[in-house]
Design a protein around this ligand. Structure first.
Ligand code: UDP
Length: 247
């Protein structure tokens, strides 16, 4: 991984971060739903400088057929970073990290989907990171859950994801790339906010138990805010369709 030079300070004298945010402030986030004509469902997110597209096909017949399950649909997920998404060209071939993230993202979404309603089918999810500036697993989960909803796939709830962590000894939410690389810890979580159920919890780095609890609460609050934005983005799509129909 290409490491840019570490900024002298990750938190300045005023307590602000490298991008001017307060410790508990999310990056500006914009979700759009139904952005691709050829997928069954799609969504796009811009979270600070991170930009990700998600496309969903299905439920549809599984190929190869032996992968089909008799009692539920299989969710297949491919997380991929475009070669131009990071400052040093990334090989387009799937890396170990991308394989791991594909699995992590799939497992964070599976509990939300009524897979048992579609036996012998597959739901295929493609995630393309167009620009990466940290936090791509969380942004991928949030945007993928919108693409699944856009495809009309019945779900228990939307899944919202957000990380909290520690940089220069200070707990912060929604880490960007330099904070992720040079910070002391990163705790990404995903949750079905309406059901108060966590579907992903990871931790990289070191935190004491008190710091961990505070970071977890900060990430949960981040998920709550993202969940509201997700619902707004879904409603916006239908408001636009309504406007078109009423013309
Ligand atoms: N990254 C990079 N090159 C790579 C992979 C990752 O520059 O080949 C950067 C990218 O900005 C990414 C960040 O490192 O968002 C952190 O990656 P990590 O594996 O922690 O996952 P993420 O925080 O994106 O979920």
């Amino acid at each position: 991984m290409f490491l840019e030079k570490r900024p002298e300070k990750l938190i300045d004298k005023k307590g602000l971060r490298t991008d001017g945010r307060k410790p508990d402030e999310l990056r500006p986030i914009k979700f759009e739903v139904g952005v691709l004509g050829n997928a069954d469902g799609s969504a796009r997110v811009q979270q600070g400088k991170t930009i990700i597209l998600a496309a969903v096909y299905g439920p549809r017949e599984v190929h190869p057929r032996h992968l089909a399950l008799p009692d539920r649909a299989v969710l297949r997920c491919r997380y991929h970073m475009a070669p131009f998404s990071v400052s040093r060209r990334k090989s387009p071939a799937p890396s170990r990290r991308e394989m791991e993230l594909s699995k992590v993202i799939r497992e964070a979404l599976e509990p939300a989907i009524f897979l048992e309603r579609y036996p012998r089918t597959s739901i295929d999810l493609f995630i393309e990171v167009l620009q990466a500036d940290g936090g791509t697993r969380c942004a991928s989960i949030s945007v993928a859950s919108l693409a699944l909803a856009d495809a009309g796939i019945p779900m228990r709830d939307l899944v919202a994801a957000c990380a909290a962590g520690k940089v220069d000894g200070k707990l912060v939410v929604d880490l960007n790339d330099v904070e992720d690389k040079y910070g002391e810890a990163d705790v990404p979580i995903a949750m079905m906010v309406g059901l108060n159920a966590v579907t992903l919890l990871q931790m990289d780095g070191m935190l004491d138990p008190k710091e961990f609890r505070t970071a977890l609460n900060m990430a949960v609050e981040g998920c709550r805010q993202i969940y509201e934005m997700q619902k707004e983005a879904l409603k916006e799509k239908y408001a636009l369709i309504r406007e078109e129909l009423e013309k």
